[in-house]
Ligand binder design. Sequence first.
Ligand code: FE2
Length: 178
Amino acid sequence: MIRPTDALKAEHALVAQSMRVLTGIGRAVRAGAAFPAADCAMVIRFLREFVLASHMQREASVLCPAVAMRGDDTAAAVVGEVMRLHAEVGDLVHSLMWFWEPGDLSAPEREGFAAAVDALNQRFAQLRALEEDQLFPIAEAFVPADDRLEWVQSFQCDRDSSDRWRARIADLADDWAS
Ligand SMILES: [Fe+2]
């Protein structure tokens, strides 16, 4: 049986791979390596254009309201926590862009960048667990059979876009993800 949230789960695996890349970059920057501006810019672009603007947007505009409307108090609390973590992830991704100044980073800037990467890693892990263990099962439990296809379509993103990002992140993982 096709589960509407499977597409979102597959995207979580891609997000986790991108975070392994960013963690590798953070580790190198913390250790004093030259700031890999182009690779870092590519990961941050992925996080902004695909994760924030597409993946999280689909969850926030379709899944969360549907769960909040049809679920009980527990479901509403889960949605509230997901939305809170979405906001924190958004703030952390934007904070990573402060480090794009031309020239090399100072020691405190290096530490600041690596700390922001660590914090983002932790929020994404919390968010993935909350969505996959609680939000998605709640949603799947009440999707009426007649609406299932419509839900599948609303959770899928543009296939070309996700394939393109998948290839770019895989290239970066060869260099950065241990
Ligand atoms: Fe998600």
